[in-house]
Unconditional design. Structure first.
Ligand code: NAP
Length: 227
């Protein structure tokens, strides 16, 4: 189950998991586009589109009901959907107040609400993989200036990883944050040095970790990063 998977890193992650024979639920806000991407990815493997806006609790509720009534539980949750609302906008925190709220709702709160929906099924089965697609820009140990909405919402997403890890450390439900690196997508821009394939590979790595794999960490290309 991958959020924001109709383009960019989410779609590439879907393709790679389909290549590994996973049944993949792709999701996004635009159902027409979602059905078209579902048709396209059917050439790769077993895929199903379900509508989801991660910034809306009613949408998360309806989506979780759809997924759980169809499949019972999910093996892998990839919290990929994200926004960078202050990418090209500087200002005081007062001027960026809308961007701060939007970023937290989409990048931090949505992932947490989705974990709340799908974690109980993983715990009941005794296994699961949760990947929170974060960013080096949310690294507390190397915090830079600018883009406070994006940066601090990704710090909070890393906090979500650590919060759940506290209760999961002795289980086979592995939750990790992943930075894909700076990748050529609509968000990353054309000047980004990394390909989609390279960026998605670290997400797929965390989504397919074997039993006993790392838990509660922050990774890029499968290598540990400081939070
Ligand atoms: P992207 O091409 O802009 O894709 C973002 C995806 O998130 C889109 O599918 C978008 O859907 C979806 N999304 C945004 N708000 C949503 C919402 N409320 N509900 C559902 N879906 C929503 O960006 P990307 O580069 O692939 O980014 C994927 C993730 O990687 C993000 O979390 C981002 O922060 C992270 N990341 C990217 C880079 C980079 O260099 N690209 C670096 C570090 C981290 P719509 O098409 O409907 O807008």
């Amino acid at each position: 189950m991958i959020t924001g998977s109709l383009k960019g890193l989410g779609k590439e992650t879907a393709k790679e998991l389909l290549n590994k024979q996973y049944h993949v639920v792709i999701s996004g806000r635009d159902s027409l586009h979602g059905k078209a991407v579902e048709e396209e990815l059917k050439a790769v493997g077993s895929v199903c589109f379900m509508p989801l806006d991660v910034s809306r609790t009613d949408s998360i509720e309806a989506f979780a009901n759809d997924v759980l009534s169809t499949y019972g539980s999910v093996d892998v949750l990839v919290n990929n959907a994200g926004i960078f609302p202050d990418r090209a906008k500087a200002g005081t925190l007062d001027e960026l107040s809308n961007e701060l709220h939007e970023a937290f709702t989409t990048n931090s709160v949505g992932p947490m609400l989705l974990i709340e929906k799908f974690l109980p099924g993983m715990l009941a089965k005794g296994s699961g993989r949760i990947v929170n697609v974060s960013s080096g820009m949310g690294q507390l140990s190397h915090m830079g200036g600018g883009s406070p909405a994006y940066r601090i919402s990704k710090v909070a997403l890393n906090g979500v990883t650590r919060f759940y890890f506290a209760t999961l450390r002795n289980t086979d439900v592995l939750i990790n944050s992943v930075c894909p690196g700076w990748v050529k997508t609509d968000m990353g821009g054309k000047e980004a040095p990394r390909s989609l394939e390279k960026g998605a590979s670290g997400i797929v790595w965390a989504a397919t970790l074997p039993k006993g794999g790392p838990n509660g960490g922050f990774f890029r290309d499968g290598e540990a990063l400081e939070f």
